[in-house]
Design a protein around this ligand. Structure first.
Ligand code: SF4
Length: 481
């Protein structure tokens, strides 16, 4: 996906139990998960007596560039988080893992996902006297947990999770244990691995690979896994009607070298391209190219199935700093050129199939296809390895509102004309479901269909959060650990 004006990743989480290098391992795990969130990062560790925290705005390599920041994270247990905000503002106060002291002791939590009823819960809690220190929905979980009358942590956690709705994959750190949770719908991935007696949890298995841990299994939807000196124990939340894992993890979010929901992303993404080629062949085309990097694998699958050469015609600059994420208008006009350049020798005089994984607003893709034409392509045929995105996501994906989604108010021909390409085809919903692995769990497809698996009571609680955000910005703007 040509990312600048479209969707953004959400969060990545990582946890380590029983390693003398817990913080270092978490640092490396977060590195592997950097694609899931680039806004802020943080680690909390435990040596059995105290929790130690360092978190800040920025990339993993920047926030932990000073070796002292890692050294002070003592202990054999750690959890980490990379954040891209889907709820709450960009501020140090919203960095995770969040750490608290409550009547049950010290605890830290890292959350990937988005709660759909956090606004009303927050309002109720505030009326009952709770004071929030961030505008992130994740803090609601901590308040609910601390208010539970149950005496043990699992009971408190069950109480809290019983009240929240939406998407959550969590890792929780206490002085002497790690707890990993996936919501009963299983929206977000979370897997478990091990290495020489160390237990590791990660949003994607590519993070296990980096720390040389072996993949054991996924945390099940609705499962609470507790790892402590007593070993690994499993608890279960009440089941829901259907498990709805985010199908977009396969289309775009997860790295192709990862295993999520127990399946290999590369294999599935390649199949998306193959089914797309079956459904939408391009007679007379000379080459297939991808919009790097997220579409590379689907384009490869398309080319294989279509019997066309796969060429590298768009070169992506990987060294763009944060400056270009929110640049001035003048710079924004150049954002596509800054990020991508064309290989004229490959494109000149060729009829080109461009494979992209999805279209959100379409503004970036419009500029990109225009670049391809300017480089001399005789024809530009766009093939999208997912159906049209017509509805917003309330489960952690930062899609714009329906109004801004180009496919919500334009049909395929209108989108084609807007993008200025010779032909446009999307993968069908049936094709998408044919390409993804059929397991014992189902998938969420509601950004394509609008059939939300969870009742969306609060379209968005932004009015509540904005109020809180202003307070946070004033009080915490200089807060550095
Ligand atoms: S709405 Fe789309 S992006 Fe959001 S969880 Fe469902 S499939 Fe994933």
């Amino acid at each position: 996906m040509s990312q600048p004006s479209g969707k953004k990743e959400f969060c990545g989480i990582f946890a380590v139990f029983n390693s003398p290098n817990a913080a270092e391992m978490t640092f490396m795990g977060l590195h592997a998960l950097q694609h899931r969130g680039q806004e802020s990062t943080g680690i909390v560790s435990s040596d059995g007596e105290n929790l130690y925290r360092h978190a800040d705005l920025g990339l993993v390599a920047d926030v932990f560039a000073n070796p002292h920041n890692l050294k002070k994270l003592k202990g054999h247990l750690a959890i980490g988080h990379n954040r891209y905000s889907t709820t709450g503002s960009t501020s140090v106060a919203n960095t995770q893992p969040m750490a608290i002291n409550y009547h049950g002791g010290a605890l830290a939590l890292a959350h990937n996902g988005n709660l759909v009823n956090s606004g009303s819960l927050r309002q109720q809690l505030e009326r009952a006297g709770s004071i929030f220190s961030s505008s992130a929905d994740s803090e609601v979980i901590l308040h609910l947990l601390a208010r539970s009358r149950k005496s043990d942590l699992i009971g408190q956690l069950r109480d809290a999770l019983g009240q929240i709705e939406g998407a959550y994959a969590l890792v929780i750190l206490t002085e002497d244990s790690i707890i990993a949770v996936r919501d009963p719908h299983g929206f977000r991935p979370l897997c478990m691995g091990s290495k020489d007696g160390t237990v590791v949890f990660a949003s994607e298995s590519c993070a296990l690979d980096l720390v040389e841990a072996t993949y054991i299994r996924d945390v099940d939807a609705g499962e609470i896994v507790v790892v402590s000196e007593d070993g690994v124990k499993s608890h279960h939340l009440p089941p829901v009607d259907s498990v709805t894992q985010c199908i977009f993890e396969f289309i775009y979010f997860s790295r192709p070298d990862s295993r999520i929901f127990g399946e290999y992303v590369d294999k599935t993404r390649r199949k998306l391209g193959k089914v797309l080629a079956e459904e939408s062949p391009t007679p007379g085309a000379d080459i297939v190219i991808s919009v790097p990097d997220s579409s590379n694998t689907a384009a490869l699958g398309y080319a294989q199935k279509a019997g066309l050469p796969y060429e590298l015609a768009l070169i992506r600059n990987h060294y763009i700093g944060r400056t270009f994420i929110h640049p001035s208008q003048v710079m924004r006009d150049y954002n596509v050129r800054v990020k991508f350049n064309t290989v004229g020798g490959v494109l000149r005089g060729r009829s080109v199939v461009v494979v992209d994984d999805s279209i959100v607003r379409g503004t970036t893709l419009k500029k990109l296809t225009s670049l391809i034409r300017h480089a001399g392509a005789s024809e530009v045929h766009l093939r999208i390895s997912s159906p049209p995105i017509r509805y917003p996501c309330f489960f952690g994906m930062d899609f714009p509102t329906s109004k801004e989604l180009v496919a919500s108010h334009k049909d395929v021909e209108e989108v084609r004309s807007f993008l200025g390409v010779d032909s446009l085809n999307y993968l069908s919903i049936e094709g998408l479901l044919r390409a993804v692995p059929v397991g014992r769990c189902g998938y969420c497809t509601c950004c394509f269909t609008g059939d939300y698996p969870v009742e969306i009571k609060e379209a968005c609680d932004k009015h509540l959060l904005e109020h809180t955000t202003h307070i946070m910005e004033l009080e915490f703007k200089d807060d550095k650990e």
